[in-house]
Structures are given as structure tokens and as C-alpha cells.
Design a binder for this molecule. Structure first.
Ligand code: URA
Length: 256
């Protein structure tokens, strides 16, 4: 079912979404007699669909889903915005094919231009909003390299919380929330998991302990791990269990 009980959907919208066609391509396809609903050929694009019918295109059963959920491995040099955000900049939506862009996906949260790795793209605004809400405390894990190397004391400070210049509504200094940090024996690389999403947060956290991030890559968001087989610049659909993690993030299931 695509909608709450009692809702209806036009056949041309159904075909355009489920077969990745424009609305006019979908209407032409229907008028050409290529679409059947419950085994009856339908040529009326305005026919109303409830969602429990069997709809076929050229004999192939279609399935309708209101939302799309995509995992993108962001390369460096792209900004996390939609195509109309900043003229002249390379934006992550350029990495998706036109038929997907018709569904209007947007990046869930931002990675800096030089940060690589996992970005979820979706057109499910409500779930994205929940996942990004500061109250949701959704965990994000980043792989980093840094210089100068991180001492055990600095690691412990990052884990406890550091002052990155944030203040509360009364102007009092706020520390970052507790983080989980693992480092190699040299202190030059590791992973950090945070549950906030302040501007340049990790870079500012490392600056606060006297180090500097030299590379940053997100490897997990809300319990969804970046698919290691996905080359930089490539995308794939989220799998059902990943969609479940994403849509339940912020409902109390995705923290650290
Ligand atoms: N923290 C940063 O500093 N940059 C990012 O892109 C993400 C988290």
C-alpha cells in the first residue's frame, strides 16, 4: 500500500514513479495500451489507483514506493547540496542519474567539500528531519587521519567533550557531547563517533585538542555502514534493513 486508507493515486503518477518515467512519458505509455491494472488494459492516465491492485507495464509487475533511499559514496570536491543550490559548484546530486533526480532526492545532512564517504539521499523529508534533529542523537562514525598525532590525553578529552566555541542560549560555554574514539598506536589515524552535527564539528574538536584533521571520511550513519564495495562517486539503493534503520533513526533506536 502506498498511502493511508481512502487515499487514491492517479495511474499516470503511479507509472511515472514506479517505472521512472516523466509524467508525459507515463501518459503516452498508458495511452499506447502498455499498462494493465488487474489484468485489464487501461488507456486512461487519470484512472484512480488504491494501491492494492496488480499494475503491469508490458506484462511486468510494477511496485510503487513513495520514497527513495540512496547510499552515496561522496568523493572529495562535491558539496552536499541539491543542483540549484550554488551555481558553479559541483553538487552531490550530479552523481545521480536523471531518472532518480526526478524523484527529488536531497542529501541528509552535510559533509564538507573535502570530506568523503557516506551520504544518505532521500525524498523522505520527515525521516530526514528526524534523523538530523539534535534531539535524535543519531550516531555518525568518521575515519580520520590527523597531524600532529593524537595523545592518549587528547583522545580522552575528545571522548569526554571539548570546547569548540559553542554556547547555550544564556551565552554559557557548551562542551561537545561524549564521543567514542579509537586510534592507532601512533595516534595518527582512527575512528570517531559523534551524536551531534555541528558545523565542521570534528575538525573543530581536533583543533580544540591541538591537532588537525588531514583527512575525513564518514563510514556510518544511524547504524548504516558505508558499503565498502561502493567506489567513490557511486550510489546504490538502501536495502530494506537499512531503510528501517534510517526511518527509525530519531525514534530512540539509533544512538550510540
Ligand atoms: N565534521 C567535520 O568537521 N566535517 C565534516 O564534513 C563532517 C563532520
Amino acid at each position: 500500500m502506498y498511502a493511508s486508507e481512502g487515499d487514491v493515486l492517479r495511474l499516470d503518477k503511479y507509472i511515472s514513479v514506479s517505472a521512472a518515467l516523466t509524467r508525459s512519458e507515463s501518459q503516452r505509455t498508458i495511452r499506447a495500451g502498455r499498462v494493465a491494472v488487474n489484468n485489464t488494459l487501461i488507456r486512461d492516465p487519470a484512472m484512480h489507483i488504491r494501491g492494492d491492485e496488480c499494475v503491469t507495464l508490458d506484462g511486468n509487475v510494477l511496485s510503487y514506493s513513495e520514497f527513495i533511499y540512496i547510499m552515496l559514496n561522496k568523493p572529495a570536491g562535491y558539496i552536499s547540496a541539491t543542483e540549484d543550490a550554488r551555481p558553479g559548484e559541483r553538487v552531490v546530486t550530479e552523481l545521480l542519474p536523471p531518472e532518480l533526480l526526478r524523484r527529488k532526492p536531497f542529501p541528509v545532512g552535510r559533509l564538507d567539500r573535502d570530506t568523503t564517504g557516506l551520504i544518505i539521499m532521500t525524498n523522505d523529508g520527515a525521516s530526514a528531519h528526524r534523523a538530523l534533529s539534535p534531539n535524535s542523537h543519531v550516531a555518525k562514525t568518521y575515519r580520520f587521519t590527523c597531524s600532529p598525532t593524537l595523545s592518549k590525553e587528547s583522545k580522552a578529552m575528545l571522548e569526554r567533550g571539548v570546547d569548540i566555541g559553542e554556547v547555550d542560549s544564556l551565552g554559557r560555554s557548551l562542551l561537545t557531547a561524549p564521543a567514542i574514539v579509537t586510534i592507532n598506536s601512533l595516534g595518527s589515524e582512527g575512528e570517531i563517533t559523534i551524536t551531534e552535527g555541528k558545523f565542521h564539528q570534528i575538525k573543530r574538536m581536533f583543533t580544540a585538542v591541538g591537532s588537525k584533521i588531514t583527512s575525513l571520511s564518514r563510514v556510518s550513519f544511524a547504524g548504516i555502514a558505508l558499503d565498502e564495495s561502493l567506489p567513490a562517486g557511486e550510489w546504490r539503493y538502501l536495502m530494506p534493513e537499512e531503510i528501517e534503520k534510517f526511518t527509525s533513526a530519531g525514534r530512540g533506536k539509533a544512538g550510540m
